[in-house]
Design a protein around this ligand. Structure first.
Ligand SMILES: Nc1ncnc2c1ncn2[C@@H]1O[C@H](COP(=O)(O)OP(=O)(O)O)[C@@H](O)[C@H]1O
Ligand SMILES: [Mg+2]
Length: 367
């Protein structure tokens, strides 16, 4: 399994070693060829200085050349040994981190996302380790979210399914009367399952960023009005006063009308659901510089500080039993946030505390 790394180590080693070997050989050859000429020249100058003018004996020359040969052999072998040691060390310095990378990526491939690499240098290998770690972190998060989602979905499915099963059992046993009221209860649970499935499809598409946005130049007031028309009857039915506050004139935005209507309907639906009869809900649109802000304020049940951020998480509900009667699955705000973000805006929740109402507002860039 470590064959490729071994090959790289061998190649690095061989190339280092060859460079040194070539250098040593050229050095030796040049020295060997040049030595007799240099010796001759120096002896001549020495002879003329001493005035004898005679040529040096052949024996002396032979001894000199033998000495040069010996020196070259010894220094050549020493250089080769030093090169051997140096290139082994260098090769392993490069191959060491690669080995660690190989081992860690094999662990990841086998499903263990916890492995991180030690970043020990600031060169390309260090950068590689760093980006490997980032990738591992992302994979780890995705994997966690995936298994969390499966757990959540299973949990969400279990409740309506259990209640359908127990109603059916009661029907079979004759404990529940086979009348319209019973069937309506079963129908309601089935609808909840259907809504959950729809929400999940929408959520997974929005999370993938795969929701196609059909952007249109439009007036935000018209979009808001559109959303209000859809829910107005339900506000009237529950006896909640819904007021609309729009700025004078057009607020030009470039949005997917259906999606922004969906966001506003989600916020208004929540305000309707979490406000008691006789309450008030105000929908306001403001322009602040180059952004437009839409806010839905109710005087309903409100929420505590720590819940303010969490309500945008998937399946998060502040009060599960209360949300359940209204059939909420805790995905509405998650989808709303993804949709707003896809339009380049932000969404936030605000509340003065439990029982003191809430405000949900989102921004959109003005075009
Ligand atoms: N206007 C509101 N007032 C109080 N609580 C709210 C309001 N809107 C949302 N919440 C809280 O946020 C949770 C998540 O909202 P949402 O994602 O729309 O899910 P759902 O409405 O399906 O429960 C709700 O369960 C509720 O606890
Ligand atoms: Mg909701």
């Amino acid at each position: 399994m470590n064959a490729p790394v071994h090959r790289i180590a061998r190649r690095l080693f061989a190339s280092h070693f060859l460079v040194v070997l070539a250098g040593t050989l050229v050095f030796a050859l040049a020295a060997y060829l040049r030595a007799p000429v240099a010796f001759e020249n120096h002896m001549e100058t020495m002879g003329s200085m001493m005035g004898s003018g005679s040529m040096m004996p052949d024996q002396l020359r032979g001894n000199f050349l033998a000495a040069v040969g010996e020196i070259l052999l010894v220094s050549g072998i020493s250089a080769a040994v030093a090169a051997l040691v140096a290139s082994t060390l260098l090769s392993w310095r490069i191959v060491g981190p690669l080995r660690a990378l190989l081992a860690a990526s094999q662990r990841i491939a086998s499903g263990d996302y916890s492995r991180r690499l030690e970043v020990s240098s600031d060169d390309e290998l260090g950068e590689l380790a760093l980006s490997f770690n980032t990738m591992a972190e992302k994979l780890d998060q995705t994997e966690n979210r995936r298994s969390e989602l499966i757990g959540n979905v299973a949990h969400e499915l279990r409740t309506p399914l259990a209640s359908i099963r127990s109603m059916m059992e009661a029907l079979v046993d004759g404990v529940l009367p086979a009348d319209a009221a019973t069937f309506v209860d079963v129908q309601r649970e089935a609808s909840r399952l259907e809504r959950l499935a729809d929400d999940l499809v929408e959520l997974s598409r929005a999370e993938l960023g795969a929701l196609p946005l059909e952007l249109n130049q439009t007036d935000l007031g018209t979009v808001v009005d559109n959303a209000v028309q859809r829910l107005r009857p339900q506000f009237t039915d529950k006896g909640i006063d819904l007021t609309l506050k729009l700025p004078p004139g057009r607020v030009p935005v470039n949005v997917d009308t259906d999606r922004i209507v969906q966001v506003i309907v989600n916020l208004l639906g929540n305000a309707l659901q979490y406000t008691d009869s006789g309450g008030r809900v105000q929908l306001e649109t403001e322009v602040q510089g180059s952004t437009a802000m839409v806010s839905v304020t109710d005087n309903g049940i409100g929420m505590a500080g720590p819940d303010l951020d969490r309500v945008f998480e998937r399946f998060y509900r502040v009060d599960k039993s209360r949300a359940r009667t209204g059939g909420g699955s805790g995905i509405g705000l998650t989808i709303s946030r993804l949709l707003v973000q896809a339009h380049g805006g932000t969404i936030a929740a605000d509340s003065d505390g439990v029982g003191r109402g809430s405000t949900f507002s989102f921004t959109l860039p003005i075009s």
